[in-house]
Design a protein around this ligand. Sequence first.
Ligand code: NAP
Ligand code: GLV
Length: 311
Amino acid sequence: VAILFLSDADATGAWAAALERELPDDEVLIGTDAARARAADIDFAVVWYPPPGLLARLPSLKAILSLGAGVDHVVLDPGLPAGVPLVRLVDPALTEQMAEWVAMNVLRHHRLMPFYAEQQARAYWKRHDIPRARERRVGIMGLGVLGQAAAAALRPFGFPLAAWVRHPRPWTDGEIFAGPEDLGPFLARSDIVVCLLPLTAETRGVLNARAFARMPRGAAAINGARGGHVVAADLIAALDSGQISAATLDVFTTEPLPASDPLWRHPRVTVTPHAAAVTLAETAARAIAANIRRCRTGTAMVGVVEPTRQY
Ligand code: NAP
Ligand code: GLV
């Protein structure tokens, strides 16, 4: 029985070691050449951006396990084998990092740090008034594993919270908005918007000119999800008009973000290099191995993607 590991991540050796530690009776194969040579032996594929069509050529495949919480890198493969479960990564270490990143950036925007950084660059001393946290409304797009952890991290500060989801449900920490018809009212009540959605056909481009226009004037936008959620030209126009006061972006449609991209140099954009929540080999291998064991014993795996929803 062989487990295929396919990723452009540089720490391939660390990954192989971590998977072998967790699954000592399995052979770990690495890379596309091994995948082609041993196609019939591969039971499970652990992947990040697999080459399109490759997974369809593995006849014994029982599950595809994503190296990230997002599965857009697999769902976009037009040759994805039908009937093979696709599983996203649910790893407490990843979740913890995203909660930290969101809390840090909501506080940065709440406390006007992007403006103070701009002032510091000009050696300009001016203090600005800010509302209390209880008056600064934070809206989280996506209340899944990461959105819930972000909300829990923000709760102690007292920001009025709301979340935009697909399926309405009760939520004790704030107000729930669900579905396309609730998007406008959700954005209209959010002074700081945090995107933690999966990238799907429904969510691509959701933060566009219309969305920015619906936010209160001077709102801030934080994207920790995928670059495809934001229409960058619309964001820049909204920043330049003052409709959006500042933005923090961790993810981009092209990564690494090209040096010529205007987002790098916009005075009110903070860029981080897809670093909000980084998959760690040791903890992720543990979560992935637990799912492989569940699959082998006929138990439900954690994080199975619903194919029609794409998340
Ligand atoms: P998840 O548990 O699957 O949660 C997804 C959430 O998005 C759910 O609350 C879902 O609503 C909501 N949603 C999906 N489609 C929607 C739509 N059309 N309209 C409104 N709400 C919608 O995902 P997760 O584990 O929290 O991860 C979220 C994303 O974070 C990943 O897909 C990945 O792209 C990104 N990510 C980024 C980094 C980074 O370093 N920047 C790291 C990890 C993950 P329901 O609850 O109603 O189903
Ligand atoms: C990272 O972007 C992930 O999807 O885990």
